[in-house]
Design a protein around this ligand. Structure first.
Ligand SMILES: [Zn+2]
Length: 699
């Protein structure tokens, strides 16, 4: 590992922040970001830094303060607002206390801030406050964890890093750790850093560069030590699969998603679902397929900080050779049930609320398939997967230089249930479709795109499929910009091809883990009187609108059943089904077919808790951003059939409705959200979205 400090970068930071916040704060931010930018040093909000400085108060006093990373801030993007200032003299006096609970500590920190609206300072603030140096850097570097996660971690750490460091045994972050660290420092004030076994590294200095470069030098020493000691030793390959990991993952993901879903006891919202992040890099596959994998998976986590994302242990499913789909389901079910049972026992053993926790595994290791990580959102699942991947790689390196030894078991429960650690995850109020995955065909069209955006706004993850790759990528970009990376997946799909539809759903379940709501929507139209209908035109419309709906539903049903969590099919039919118009025979017949398929599906799927409903919308013309492709094709001739000019059409449709209102794509989206939210016990029903058209009243 090399220092990334450059004089140019440092002076840029001073130019950016120095004027307003002072040079010390600017350089503090600069080196914090250098540490944050390297995922082998810190991951997702891990690690923290501090600076001791003066702060002019409103009365003109110069107070001694410590600027320390706030909870929830990320070193990689740290800004002045993420470095709350706390009363240093007061914090130092806390050293005389015998104990301080997390809640008490938060109270002491928050009541001694200089800005009442600042974020809560890190749980490791006291450690920074008690040490005398001006700049302190703290990371959870992979290489330091690999070196110290050994039965004789102290000896190995000393061998790797020499005598410029002191070594402290594992103590939970808080007052006790802060006292242990400062005692240790006072015992040998010449040290440049402190190694915390099963936790990380602290370095310090009187300027930002010294603290940072000492940090990097010590991590580099660990990396060199690992390289020398492991001499290319690696894990022993054991498992070989005949099938490719992506094929296996597509079959397994929905089954696992069903199994890890938490039951709520609420009839209208019976499951809390999760979203998947699947990883199958060469290193991950080598780990999960090795003869050491089972033991390493059971050996405990690298450090306490990770537990809130990963739980104490992953579920390792040994030798997943299954004869058939049913055999596979039984094996997975048995494994997940076993894990849940053990987890509940572990919680009640420690006097915890076993019936209030979600006992399902967060991380699942499958030989030949890879790593499955689950979260409330794709983003959460990715954070968990990043931590899990670093854990596997670090465990493998630790094993290569000795014997990996995880965080001692007596610390696990304590860390997992700490209020402070929990706070890091945040808890936003859930929107109606949170944790759900909605799949829409024709997702690049006026209605499809609006459905995708409305569902995303309701909290769903959305998979949009379409034949038109360019338009599709614009929709994906728009949803992503608004709702964040990972909330949407675009899949180019031809709904008339069985292979294409199957491949599309496989891609979706590998990305999200499964699906909850299927919206067949891709459609085309053709204008011709029956007398003049070209049979090829008729077949083309039927192929997309009727057969396309069938194929999309069929594949969706297969995934929904594999998952076993119920679900929804919401068919975008048409006002035409009940209220047809002349010269629109092909379209009306094809939409009636889709509508009828929906009614049959409602009967067939009720036993599985899958509800099927239809939406009959009148003409949706789209907007400038997503104009309706369908109306661009048939508009001129539809206008002709009605003796109108093309631009009079939207007004014609508006005024013929009872409510004199235009129908927009987001109205269809709202209906999807309504059905998918299980607001009413409804299946086999049709919801008109047409402003009220008397001829289209159901009868
Ligand atoms: Zn730490």
């Amino acid at each position: 590992m090399k220092s990334r400090w450059t004089e140019h970068g440092a002076s840029e930071a001073v130019d950016r922040w120095g004027g307003q916040f002072g040079e010390a704060v600017a350089l503090r931010l600069y080196s914090a970001r250098l540490i944050g930018a390297d995922p082998t040093l810190v991951l997702h909000g891990g690690g923290n830094v501090s600076l001791k400085d003066k702060l002019r108060t409103r009365l003109g006093d110069d107070a001694d303060v410590i600027y320390v990373k706030g909870s929830g801030a990320d070193l990689a993007t740290l800004r002045p607002q993420g470095l709350p200032a706390v009363d240093l003299a007061y914090l130092r006096r806390l050293r005389c206390l015998d104990s301080l609970t997390d809640e008490e500590m938060i109270n002491e920190l928050r009541t001694h801030l200089f800005d009442a609206s600042a974020p809560t300072p890190s749980i490791e603030t006291l450690l920074h406050a008690f040490l005398p140096q001006r700049f302190i850097d703290h990371s959870h570097a992979d290489a330091v964890l690999a070196v110290t996660s050994q039965p004789d971690g102290e000896v190995v750490a000393r061998e790797a890093m020499g005598d410029k460091v002191a070594i402290v045994n594992y103590v939970r972050p808080g007052l006790d750790l802060a006292k242990a660290v400062v005692d240790c420092y006072e015992g040998d004030p010449n040290i440049e850093g402190i190694v915390l076994l099963h936790h990380g590294l602290i370095t310090f200095g009187d300027d930002a560069k010294a603290a940072y470069e000492r940090h990097i030098a010590l991590v580099d020493a660990c990396e060199r030590y690992i390289e020398k000691k492991s001499r290319g030793r690696s894990l022993t390959p054991l498992f070989h699969s005949k099938e490719e990991p992506p094929t296996l993952a597509a079959g397994i993901a929905p089954v696992l998603r069903g199994l890890v879903a938490a039951q709520t006891g609420d009839e209208d919202r019976p499951y809390l679902r999760s979203v998947l992040e699947w990883r199958a890099t060469e290193e991950v596959l080598a780990f999960v397929g090795s003869s050491e994998a089972r033991k390493l998976a059971a050996a405990g986590p690298l450090t306490g900080d990770h537990l809130i994302h990963t739980k104490a242990r992953p579920l390792f499913i040994e030798n997943p050779q299954w004869s058939d789909e049913e055999g596979r389901r039984r094996r997975l079910e048995h494994a997940v049930d076993g894990y849940r049972h053990e987890y509940k026992a572990y919680v009640s053993e420690h006097g915890g609320p076993a019936d209030q926790v979600d006992p399902s595994p967060q991380v699942i290791l499958l030989p030949g398939v890879g790593l499955f990580c689950w979260g409330k959102t794709k983003r959460d699942a990715r954070v968990t997967a990043d931590i899990a991947e670093h854990t596997l790689n670090t465990q493998a390196r630790a094993q290569a230089i000795g014997r990996y030894t995880g965080l001692p078991p007596d610390h696990l429960y304590d860390m997992e249930y700490r209020a402070l650690q929990r706070m890091k995850l945040g808890s936003a109020g859930e929107r109606p479709l949170e944790r759900q995955v909605v799949v829409i065909s024709g997702g690049a069209g006026a209605i499809g795109a609006a459905v995708a955006e409305t569902c995303a706004a309701a909290g769903a993850h959305v998979a949009v499929t379409d034949l038109d790759e360019q338009r599709l990528s614009r929709v994906v970009q728009r949803v992503e910009q608004r709702w964040g990376a990972g909330t949407v997946l675009g899949v180019t799909t031809d709904v008339t091809s069985e292979e294409s539809v199957t491949a599309g759903f496989d891609k979706i379940v590998r990305f999200f883990g499964g699906i909850d709501v299927v919206v067949p929507n891709a459609g085309i139209a053709h204008v011709a009187a029956i007398e003049n209908m070209d049979v090829d035109d008729f077949r083309r419309v039927m192929e997309v609108n009727a057969t396309g709906y069938l194929l999309f539903m069929r594949e969706g049903i297969r995934v929904l059943k594999r998952q076993g969590l119920g679900g929804h099919i919401i068919i975008n039919a048409s006002k035409n089904v009940f209220g047809p118009g002349k010269d629109f025979g092909a379209y009306s017949a094809s939409k009636a077919a889709g509508h009828q398929l929906g009614k049959v599906a409602a009967i067939e799927l009720a036993p599985y808790g899958i509800r099927v409903n239809m939406i009959n919308a009148d003409a949706v013309f789209g907007d400038q951003e997503t104009p309706s492709g369908l109306w661009a094709t048939v508009g001129p001739e539809r206008a002709k059939s009605r003796d109108l000019s093309e631009d009079q059409l939207p007004e014609y449709y508006r005024t013929r409705s009872l409510l004199k209102t235009r129908v927009y794509g987001h109205h269809v989206g709202n209906a999807v959200v309504f059905f998918a939210g299980n607001a009413t016990p409804t299946t086999g029903a049709t919801l008109p979205i047409d402003g009220g058209v008397v001829e289209a009243f159901p009868r």
